[in-house]
Each structure stands twice: as C-alpha cells, then as structure tokens.
Ligand binder design. Sequence first.
Ligand code: TYD
Length: 206
Amino acid sequence: MFITFEGPDGSGKSTIINLVSEKLKELNYDIVQTREPGGTRISEKLRDIILDRENTELTARTEALLYAAARAQHVEEFIVPNLNSGKIVLSDRYVLSSLAYQGAGRELGIESISEINKFATNNLEPDLILFFKVDPLTTLKRKNKLDTADRLELEKESFHSRVYNGYISIINKYKNNNNFVEVDATKTIEEVLEFSLYVILKSIRG
Ligand code: TYD
C-alpha cells in the first residue's frame, strides 16, 4: 500500500507523517517512511541541487525535470521494492506536488508535468492521497523561519498562491476518486492526526 501526503508548504504534513508513522509502528504495521524530493542517496543529491538557495539561475523546466528525475530514482530504487516486499510506504509529497508547484506555480502547465511524471514513475500511482488543505494566509502566519527557508520557500507570495490555486483546481478533478481524501489542516495537530489515522486505517483494513 502506497500512501502519499500532499499540501502546501506549512500545511503541517511533515509533522503529521512522523506521528502517523509512529502510531502505525506501534500497531505493528510494517511501514517505511520517505520523502520527496529525496528518499535515496541519488535523489537526496538532486534535492540539494533543487533546493540550494544559490542556484538562482535554475530554469523552471530544469527544475521540473530534476524533481521528476529524483522521483524516478526514488520509485525504482525504494518505493517499488518496498511495496513488493509487502510494506506500507508513506511518502511526504509525490506527483501532486509537481503538478501544483511546477505545473501551476511555475506555469509550465499541468498536462506537460503530468506527462513527464507518468514517464518518471512508470505510471505508479498512490493507493491513497491525503491532501492537507490550508489557505496561504494561514501558512504564512505559521511560518516565521525565513533564514532557514529553501529556494522554493523563498519564492514570492504570488508563486505560493498559484501553487495553492493549482492544488485546488487539480483536486477538484480528483474529488470523486476513492483514493483521494482532503484533510482540514487548519485544525489542531491532534485533530488532524486523529482524522488522518482514521482515514489511513480504514484504507489499510479495507
Ligand atoms: P519539502 O521537503 O516538503 O519542504 P520542507 O520539508 O522544507 O517543508 O519540499 C521541498 C520543496 O519542494 C517544497 O517547497 C515543495 C517543493 N516541491 C516541488 O516544487 N515539486 C515537487 O515535485 C516536490 C516533491 C516538492
């Protein structure tokens, strides 16, 4: 079972994925937790290039291809072998991030980003996508960490609102899919955790 956590920067999904992992381990589920960009030695190297604040000349198309390249390595080297050995794989971000950030945020178009990602992932789709929905104003209030911000986080507000609007228009298409669940991420950590666990356990137990 392949479960991905998606949402804008500052949506709290990284905190929640850690707590969900702990809880599932306590319940004796065989899980592995990973993240994108990253998750393998080579993908983490690509992550460093992508997020390096000094790489100001990185073009939008290069960025999109680097995310896809990091993902291709991650899928083939890590995600698929773990799924094949019966593990539950939890990933902090996956293809939906590229559709929102590169497709909408960088204005490269959701269709073309979708195409390169189908190639990169060899069409591997999550069994469950949790989307942590929170508006840009709330995330802005939550984040006060500009000196540690990476290259993407340093982007202008207009970029982040395009990303948010991108997410919303993409998920409107996904809404009726039974592998897609929206989580109200403006709530407290406890509430978000409880709902996320409920959804995941329901899905695991079928
Ligand atoms: P992430 O590790 O979630 O950020 P952090 O842990 O610092 O909160 O992701 C790093 C950045 O990369 C984030 O701003 C979102 C962006 N991103 C994309 O633009 N496209 C992608 O495909 C992915 C996976 C992430």
